[in-house]
Design a protein. Structure first.
Length: 245
């Protein structure tokens, strides 16, 4: 990139941070539908949507993400391993394996439930997300910037050389963005903690495992108790579980 362009982009990003305003011109996503293997091409649900964003917006997002992470990383729940530095799916799987193996060593049973959140990123309640940023005591300038970043976004669908009309996005975090996955972590950060040490929850973004270890006649009681807690939280924050899965 030419040096003049770099200087201009730096000035724009500094202005975004100063005025806590994300440009509307960078909030349009071009959605490209990709057919899932072996699926019926005539069925709309057979396609996986890929959201294409402005390259300039992603550069600005990297700066925003750095500031947001600095303000919140130490407040995130320890059992969330998704999109966090030095944490991975492998480490979360090892954690699950250790729980099961330790239980077996003590002669205990382990039961697990794997709730599937339906369209997790697409249905995030944006006003609820802003509220949770406030609850985490994120600096006001970052909250105002994030609020303009997630609101009034639009998309258009591209199929080959044809582009649809634009449509408003009423809910959800930005698909294909750098900031979106981390904002989802913040949205689920107040998920209920288990009341007993026999029950553990494991998260990788929206992938969830609830595990209880103990005597066989107690495991289901522990699981049902936590699922009652979780159900109330899901209703309050407008999160839906995919019952088919």
């Amino acid at each position: 990139m030419p040096i003049k362009s770099v200087i201009r982009l730096t000035e724009i990003i500094n202005a975004i941070l100063k005025f806590q305003y994300f440009p509307n011109q960078w909030k349009t996503a071009i959605v490209a539908p990709i057919l899932k293997p072996g699926k019926n091409p005539r069925d709309p649900s057979s396609y996986r949507s890929i959201s294409l964003l402005s390259s300039l917006s992603k550069i600005a997002e990297a700066v925003i993400l750095k500031r947001l992470t600095e303000a919140t990383e130490e407040q995130l729940i320890p059992f969330q391993f998704g999109f966090r530095k030095n944490l991975s799916t492998v480490q979360q799987l090892l954690r699950i394996t250790e729980v099961i193996c330790e239980g077996m060593g003590e002669g205990w049973d382990t039961g697990a439930v794997f709730p599937d959140i339906a369209k997790a990123f697409d249905r995030v309640w944006t006003d609820g997300l802003v509220y949770k940023l406030i609850e985490l005591r994120v600096p006001g300038n970052i909250i105002r910037l994030i609020a303009t970043y997630i609101r009034r976004r639009i998309f258009a669908v591209r199929v080959r050389n044809s582009l649809s009309s634009e449509h408003a996005i009423a809910a959800g975090i930005v698909q294909g963005s750098k900031v979106g996955p981390y904002l989802f972590n913040i949205y689920v950060n107040d998920i209920p903690s288990p009341r007993t040490c026999q029950t553990k929850i494991c998260l990788f973004a929206d992938d969830t495992a609830v595990m209880s270890t103990g005597a066989s006649d107690h495991v289901m009681t522990f699981l049902n108790d936590y699922l009652d807690q979780l159900g109330r939280w899901l209703i309050r924050w407008k999160v839906q579980v995919n019952s088919d899965k």
